[in-house]
Design a protein around this ligand. Structure first.
Ligand SMILES: Cc1ncc(COP(=O)(O)O)c(C=O)c1O
Length: 389
């Protein structure tokens, strides 16, 4: 039999796959995985059809169609006051996850340490391991999930090559401030540490908060790599299209990996998005739209034993069930699926350090009807559905 040594001997099936299978089995309402159950804007679909009919069906340029890179350069300049050259500093990728992997593969050598904040989106750690790097999860402050700069400082060593930041943050919805970005800069300015910032929820930001990108900080310009997802921006996660912005020295290196990894990204989709996003309202309206959904779920769960944690951005909200049950998070999520017919993701599945604070993550990027139905079931906790023992 063929012999090989697994690089991921301890990696279980993804929690999203596991919980989605359970949801199907129990016909539960799935508020687990981060995607919308409502349709995307048909105008963008029509734009793709038009682009295909116009002949954009062969390989796009490796760095992406210039019209789209120009659009993104204008957008970044307007939002963050920094100019990034579409020719040399913006690269279109097949989604954000591939972009994250490409950047890690570009800069991380065996033994290099990569710090990321815990809890975290689940692709960071395995991507670092896949290229021989050493992932190190630095816990965020509890319970507000802000950056702990003093702790971060203790984890920076001569082997640290990269810090991965995610703002707005999945799964906690916390965000970083310009002051924190400057503190981060102070910690790394005399090092060769690259700051990779996952900004896929940049346009899902609530309560008049502002998204603060390290791209806006001139002092961080030469070491920042910023990751974006059109899937999240335009509710088309299945299209797997995203982009990377980085200073030209970093971009030149990233493109060497990108050209041998993906080479290029879905051509017609790029043209369609470039035309569609000419009107900034196509993405600026997202925050208001999703804030209404967050508020709908919170209001509908007001009389339930589930208590929401504050969320400043993203599709997700953590709910505490501590007043209702002492079950560990994974067991509670499985129980909730079966007994209440609602699927959530236990925070413990996305963390090394925060196991069992009785927190479950719900995705509220769902139809109002889906959220109302889920909330009606969850309001039965402590009423017709008794706490598990
Ligand atoms: C923080 C974060 N980064 C990246 C991604 C993936 O983005 P994409 O679908 O464009 O690969 C997700 C998807 O859930 C996410 O939550």
């Amino acid at each position: 039999m063929i012999q090989f040594q697994s690089k991921f001997p301890d990696t279980p099936t993804s929690i999203f796959t596991e919980m989605s299978q359970l949801a199907l089995q129990h016909q539960a309402i799935n508020l687990g995985q981060g995607f919308a159950d409502y349709p995307m804007d048909p105008v963008l679909i029509q734009e793709v059809t038009k682009a295909m009919e116009a002949g954009y069906n062969q390989y796009a340029p490796s760095s992406g169609h210039l019209i789209l890179r120009e659009r993104l350069s204008e957008k970044t300049n307007k939002e963050h006051g920094q100019y990034f050259d579409p020719d040399t500093e913006i690269t279109i990728t097949p989604g954000a996850t591939i972009a994250l992997f490409t950047v890690i593969a570009t800069f991380i050598r065996p033994g290099d340490e990569v710090l990321y904040f815990d809890p975290a989106y689940d692709s960071y750690q395995p991507s670092v391991i896949a290229v021989g790097g050493v992932p190190i999860a630095v816990p965020l402050n509890y319970p507000d999930f802000t950056l702990d700069m003093a702790l971060l400082k203790t984890w920076i060593t001569p082997k640290t090559r990269m810090i991965i930041l995610n703002t707005p943050h999945n799964p906690t919805g916390s965000t970083v401030s310009p002051a924190q970005l400057l503190q981060l800069h102070a910690l790394i300015r005399d090092t060769n540490i690259i700051l990779m910032c996952d900004e896929v929820y940049e346009h899902v930001i609530f309560d008049n908060h502002t998204h603060h990108s390290p791209l806006a900080q001139q002092v961080l310009r030469d070491r920042t790599v910023s990751i974006h997802s059109f899937g999240k921006m335009f509710n088309c996660t299945g299209w797997k299209t995203g982009y990377i912005i980085a200073d030209k020295t970093l971009t030149a290196e990233i493109r060497k990996v990108h050209q041998n990894n993906a080479f290029s990204t879905f051509s017609a989709v790029q043209i369609a998005i470039a035309n569609y996003m000419e009107d900034p309202d196509t993405y600026q309206r997202l925050s208001v739209f999703l804030q209404k959904k967050r508020d709908l779920l919170m209001e509908a769960l007001k009389d339930s034993p589930l208590k929401p944690l504050p969320v400043k951005g993203s599709y997700f909200q953590l709910y505490s069930y501590a007043d209702f049950s002492t079950l560990p998070e994974k067991e509670f999520a499985v129980w909730l699926n079966k007994e209440a017919g609602v699927t959530g993701i236990p925070l413990s599945a996305l963390t090394e350090h925060f196991g069992d604070h009785q927190l479950i993550r719900f995705c509220f990027a769902k139809k109002d009807g889906t959220l109302e139905k889920a909330a009606a079931r969850l309001r039965e906790l402590g009423r017709s559905i008794q706490a598990p023992r």
